[in-house]
Design a protein around this ligand. Structure first.
Ligand code: NAG
Ligand code: NAG
Ligand code: NAG
Ligand code: NAG
Length: 449
């Protein structure tokens, strides 16, 4: 029911405007209840606010360090994994607009990043109460105290093309005898969990076996979780895997005999796992973004290396430049490998936006909005708001899985203040509730494989 009202908003606007002009009482109540504001978001409100690079405290660094060393308590599973990212500024966004909405004649050059969110009450790939085998409890908002679920009932509709509807049987058939690998950070893990739930409808099945061992995926000593997961669908001989590589760099201890050793982070060298298994992949989805900050570097004892040598270039030493170099390096390396793997489809997923308001995760930041599309509902510009990723893939055989701007419109879809323990704590305005926004990322991915 709630969703239907969104559709009526447009009509409501003119009516309400008339009433507004007539009565000061209504003006008063309007101001008192900003949530009733039904005005169509102006172009300005839909643009991405610039997010300041936050200053992170020592406290976070310490917690993080502890967590990365020996993590014995599973409680930490509930501690959000916050980070800084700097989505590119809206000033770079193209002002070009056209009005042929739903023009399905031009499917070949479909820009799936352009479109709008539409209410869809029938939307249900899996239940947030189910999919226990894959869905982390901390991301299953249905299991928390949260009571609003309107965010589950929105579908992304690309502007100039029809997006093929996600069907698990179609997906698996298309991926018969094939392997899809997601490599990246915790947002990538969310996409992986979402995909596993979508492909099984979140139901128990004997069709899926754990093949993590085949890829050397295991839980390291003292680690909270394995460095990845791999699952094989027996019926179609399809493998879906996730590998944890938060920075898409090759990381190795400088002194292997010392457990507390600094870690050499080779900005220009892809992770060993990728080099080792690339030939096994048919679809590869890469991402990085939320670990490029001093806190993460300090906590993980990462020390930058370029060309195998300690980095001496001050400019490169900044987080933005290091991230940019790494993204360009990995894209260019994978691109160089494409001729050897003619069937391989590679995507670089653009950055997933954060929505902290009034502070950072550790300084009282929150994301309490529960009304879908308050930020806006359409993306009409052509270019990606993740300029670094967009620039890196330009002219290569790697496609951008551009989810930044469309996800930016969904500030109500984060975990927010809810947790499985129902204890008040830090707010998670980085990760998304599942089912939720990452399901859409998978729909867009499906449409392109
Ligand atoms: C970002 O920084 C500018 C100037 O440093 C400041 O005026 C603004 O309030 C900050 N915005 C946020 C969202 O913190
Ligand atoms: C669809 O787009 C094509 C070219 O982009 C244009 O020629 C055609 O008129 C459009 N159709 C509609 C219904 O807008
Ligand atoms: C399953 O797929 C792999 C390629 O991913 C192929 O090598 C293998 O032969 C397939 N197995 C069967 C039983 O078809
Ligand atoms: C990122 O790196 C590429 C390739 O080295 C360079 O052309 C580009 O200007 C860099 N962009 C930024 C924002 O540093």
């Amino acid at each position: 029911m709630k969703a239907e009202t969104y559709g009526l908003r447009g009509k409501g606007v003119s009516l309400i405007s008339i009433v507004l002009i007539c009565t000061t009482i209504i003006i008063w109540s309007w101001e008192k209840t900003p949530s009733l504001n039904v005005s169509i978001p102006s172009r300005a409100t839909m643009q991405l606010p610039s997010e300041n690079i936050s200053i992170v405290s020592h406290k976070e660094a310490k917690t993080e360090a502890k967590r990365n060393e020996k993590d014995k308590t599973s409680k930490r599973e509930h501690r959000p994994d916050f980070v800084n990212d700097s989505p590119q500024r809206s000033s770079l966004i193209s002002e070009k607009e056209d009005n042929n909405w739903n023009n399905a004649t031009d499917n070949k050059v479909c820009n799936y990043a352009k479109g709008k969110w539409v209410p869809d009450n029938h939307r249900s790939f899996y239940s947030g109460f189910g999919c226990k085998r894959w869905l982390s409890k901390m991301w299953a908002c249905r299991l928390t105290q949260r009571t609003d679920f309107a965010y589950e009932k929105l579908r992304w509709q690309p502007k100039d093309c029809q997006m093929e509807e996600f069907e698990k049987s179609k997906f698996l058939r298309r991926m018969q005898h094939k392997t899809l690998a997601l490599i990246g950070d915790s947002l990538s893990r969310q996409q992986f969990q979402s995909l596993m739930c979508m492909l099984t409808s979140g139901k128990k099945t004997h069709d899926v076996e754990d093949v993590g061992k085949k890829y050397g995926l295991a839980r390291g000593k003292g680690a909270l979780r394995p460095n990845g997961w791999a699952y094989h669908f027996l019926s179609t001989n399809t493998t879906i895997l996730f590998y944890w590589s938060a920075t898409l760099c090759d990381v190795e201890p400088i002194d292997a005999s010392n457990p507390g050793s600094d870690q050499a982070m080779h900005l220009d060298r892809p992770p060993v796992f990728l080099r080792q298994y690339l030939h096994k992949f048919d679809v590869l989805v890469l991402n990085t973004g939320h670990h490029w900050n001093r806190v993460k570097f300090k906590a993980n004892r990462w020390v930058m290396r370029v060309g195998g040598m300690p980095n001496t270039d001050k400019k490169l030493g900044t987080m933005g430049s290091a991230k940019n170099l790494t993204i360009h390096s990995i894209v260019s390396w994978v691109n160089s490998q494409l001729p050897k793997h003619p069937g391989l489809k590679v995507f670089f997923r653009s950055i997933s936006p954060r929505h902290f308001v009034g502070g950072e995760w550790n300084t009282g930041g929150s994301c309490d909005n529960t009304t879908p599309m308050s930020v806006g509902k359409e993306i009409l510009w052509e270019e990606s708001t993740d300029q670094v990723a967009a620039h890196a893939v330009k002219g290569t055989g790697i496609k951008l899985l551009d989810i930044t701007a469309l996800s930016h419109l969904r500030d109500e879809g984060h975990i927010s203040r809810f947790s499985i323990s129902a204890k008040p704590g830090v707010h998670d305005c980085l990760h998304w509730c599942l089912p939720g926004i990452p399901d859409t990322w998978n729909e867009i991915l499906f449409a392109q494989i």
